[in-house]
Design a protein around this ligand. Structure first.
Ligand code: RB5
Length: 145
């Protein structure tokens, strides 16, 4: 299950990605928006809470740059959100960072690239091993240790 959300800048891209995922048989929770002006932190919170509450495995967030969404998402405990615009970064943020949210900028990349990045994000497994210690260190920062 993938939770997905956007602000007004990302609405058209979100619509395309929902279709892309559903055509592949992947279930989606659409957390808004409906295309009218909205504030991206509200949507980021909704998508991330679906993950932290166990309703979705991963999330996708789209705004103009992807950056506002990622800043908001990374404030939420348990979320590792990455803004990606190309294939290498999305592959390695899954392999090494176990990123659970992919953020993309609808004013930065086209829909074709966004769908390919989504495909990599959904289908690449975390490598674990030596990377786990680093994720544990991130968790310690999160816990204020
Ligand atoms: C909205 O105009 C824009 O600021 C937003 O989509 C996003 O790019 C913020 O990071």
């Amino acid at each position: 299950m993938i939770a997905i959300g956007c602000d007004h800048a990302g609405y058209d891209m979100k619509t395309g990605i929902i279709k892309f995922l559903e055509d592949k048989g992947i279930e989606v929770i659409d957390c808004g928006c409906d295309g009218s002006p909205c504030d991206y932190p509200v949507i980021a919170k909704k998508v991330c809470e679906n993950i932290t509450h166990g309703k979705a495995d991963k999330g996708i967030l789209i705004c103009g740059t992807g950056i506002g969404m990622s800043i908001a998402a990374n404030k939420i405990k348990g979320i590792r959100a990455s803004v990606c615009s190309e294939h290498f970064s999305v592959k390695y943020t899954r392999l090494h960072n176990d990123a659970n949210v992919l953020c993309m900028g609808a004013r930065v990349i086209g829909e074709g690239i966004a769908q390919e990045l989504t495909d990599i994000f959904v289908n690449t497994e975390y490598e674990g091993g030596r990377h786990q210690k680093r994720l544990d260190l991130i968790k310690e920062i999160e816990e204020n240790k």
